[in-house]
Design a protein around this ligand. Structure first.
Ligand SMILES: NC(=O)c1ccc[n+]([C@@H]2O[C@H](COP(=O)([O-])OP(=O)(O)OC[C@H]3O[C@@H](n4cnc5c(N)ncnc54)[C@H](OP(=O)(O)O)[C@@H]3O)[C@@H](O)[C@H]2O)c1
Length: 280
């Protein structure tokens, strides 16, 4: 049977659905219900992080969904305060306990924190965690090209994926080019630009009308067509289903080009530049 959500193959041979459910801010009982309804709507990839303090709710949502673990992909992220090798190793195991899982499908370094300068050590821990079977695939998040080059050069291991801020207002064209050169899969955080200004954007609204789709559906379809794995968050079962209904239409080259024109050098939503942003 054809899968409802297409998958990409990562450079280590593992696969990933092309869209998943973001979970930032989904906590407690409501959070677990949102994760469970997302899975029942069709999501198979769930994105959490140690620092979201919701790995427990995500694990509970998985349990409530009734879908078997093998059918799911779960991602979590290493916080800045645990970048030394030993702390990273313990944090990964703690993440697993919190989410009540035996392994993660993907674990990434959340931010590089270049001023702290420990991300190579953290990367070495992820490499070993993968060897030990704690995680299937290892990647990074918010790594600029220079951070990617450095971990590849110093460890010989290329991340399978880099999760970066990516939406029509900040489309990361140059960063995506670097990823393609290294065979690194791009993944988009805040893929809907938090569903604020984008909802009333005239360009996207017109394209949506043409296809009889919503603005979020056009944006997520655009993410798919640029080859990035998106992880939109929604607490609403209806919007979760809406965000998955993106595989029955196609944006033309001209429409893709019009959306590409919306990008701005200062288009980051919260000005979080990985060269300076520190989050522990
Ligand atoms: N690696 C990192 O540093 C990093 C940073 C930020 C985020 N992330 C990850 O990326 C995920 C997604 O990013 P995000 O949560 O920042 O933003 P987002 O997915 O771009 O937007 C989420 C917002 O959009 C609304 N929304 C979703 N679908 C909608 C629809 N069809 N129509 C109207 N509104 C809709 C949601 O509200 P409702 O819930 O009411 O639908 C929510 O307020 C996060 O949850 C997290 O997992 C990672």
């Amino acid at each position: 049977m054809e899968k409802a959500i297409p998958e990409v193959t990562l450079n280590d041979g593992t696969t990933l659905p092309v869209t998943g459910l973001g979970t930032y801010g989904l906590w407690g009982n409501a959070g677990a219900n949102a994760v469970s309804s997302g899975i029942n709507a069709g999501y198979r990839l769930i994105d959490t992080a140690y620092n979201y303090e919701n790995e427990g709710a995500v694990g509970e949502g998985i349990k409530r969904s009734g879908i078997s673990r093998e059918e799911l992909w779960v991602t979590s992220k290493l916080p800045g305060r645990y970048h030394t090798y030993d702390k990273a190793m313990v944090a990964i195991q703690e993440s697993l306990y919190r989410s009540n899982l035996d392994y993660f499908d993907l674990y990434v370094i959340h931010w590089p924190l270049p001023n702290q300068d420990l991300y190579v050590e953290a990367w070495q821990a992820l490499i070993d965690a993968q060897k030990w079977g704690l995680v299937r695939s290892i990647g990074v998040s918010n790594f600029l090209p220079e951070h990617l080059e450095r971990i590849i050069q110093e460890t010989g291991v290329t991340p399978s994926l880099n999760q970066v801020e990516l939406h029509p207002f900040f489309n990361q064209e140059e960063q995506r080019r670097v990823h393609a050169e290294h065979g690194i899969q791009t993944q988009s955080w805040s893929p809907l630009a938090r569903a604020a200004d984008i909802l009333s954007n005239e360009t996207v609204r017109k394209i949506a009308e043409t296809h009889n789709k919503t603005v979020p559906q056009v944006v997520l379809r655009w993410q798919y067509q640029i080859g990035s794995v998106s992880i939109p968050r929604s607490t609403s079962p209806q919007r979760q289903r809406e965000n998955l209904a993106i595989f029955d239409f196609e944006l033309s080259e001209a429409e893709m080009a019009d959306i590409a024109k919306l990008t701005r050098p200062d288009g980051r939503l919260f000005g979080m530049d990985p060269a300076t942003h520190e989050e522990f």
